[in-house]
Design a protein around this ligand. Structure first.
Ligand code: URA
Length: 226
């Protein structure tokens, strides 16, 4: 909470400005004030909103970001390879609690992904109860057959290895090999498996929006706080 008191060294460290052991040096290097008074003692307790660094407010205590994920980046904290987090400023990468993606996109999928350090929000939007809408554009290896919209809307499509049928999903045909698909659940490789179940193959996948957040105004690799 922004009105709760915390030690300045602990707070700067949790927001990624410096480590606790670097806080004394940080307070010497920058003009850090709380309610207008310069801070020199790392033990002083402050509220988030009253702190300024060189006249500028702190990064938000709770951060949620919309990113346009580029292909070849991984939504994981600890896999080998290019991690999505490496696209963020280093200070944000050092935050504790960490920023984590809300759900995941495959390495080759591009588009809308949210990242947050709000555990409650993450849980809420990834819980099977959430039914947050996700809109994808899929490019397919083969022309659509024409019965896909009906199959996906039926609420009866069973994917291999699943115990329950998928919830109804909306398909809009954009061209013989391109379609827009809106789903409200997030099973593993769901879109690829859905088209797989119709005998087709997704060769490119882009998520246009997640829970209403679109990446139309962001280039691949760009992000914004929301
Ligand atoms: N469905 C998939 O198959 N892959 C994704 O990355 C997202 C949804």
């Amino acid at each position: 909470m922004s009105n709760s008191y915390k030690r300045i060294d602990a707070h700067l460290s949790s927001l990624g400005y410096c480590s606790r052991s670097e806080a004394a040096a940080f307070l010497k290097k920058y003009h850090v004030t709380a309610a207008g008074k310069k801070l020199t003692d790392v033990k002083l307790k402050v509220t988030h909103d009253e702190v300024l660094i060189d006249g500028k407010g702190l990064d938000p205590e709770v951060m949620t970001i919309l990113m346009h994920k580029p292909a070849s980046f991984i939504c994981s904290h600890d896999d080998a390879g290019k991690l999505i987090y490496s696209l963020l400023p280093e200070r944000w990468q050092r935050r504790n609690p960490k920023l984590s993606t809300i759900g995941r996109l495959d390495i080759d999928t591009t588009g809308a992904i949210l990242l947050t350090d709000d555990g409650g929000l993450n849980h809420k939007l990834t819980s099977p109860k959430s039914q947050a809408p996700k809109i994808y554009e899929a490019t397919l290896a083969e022309p659509l057959k024409g019965n896909e919209a009906e199959i996906f809307a039926s609420g009866e499509l069973m994917l291999n290895g699943e115990k329950k049928a998928l919830l109804p999903a909306k398909l809009e045909v954009l061209s013989p090999t391109k379609a827009r698909l809106e789903i409200c659940e997030g099973k593993y490789h769901q879109v690829k498996r859905m088209f797989g179940a119709t005998g087709n193959k997704v060769i490119a996948l882009h998520r246009v929006s997640f829970n209403g957040f679109c990446v139309d105004d962001l280039k691949a690799g760009e992000y914004k706080q929301i």
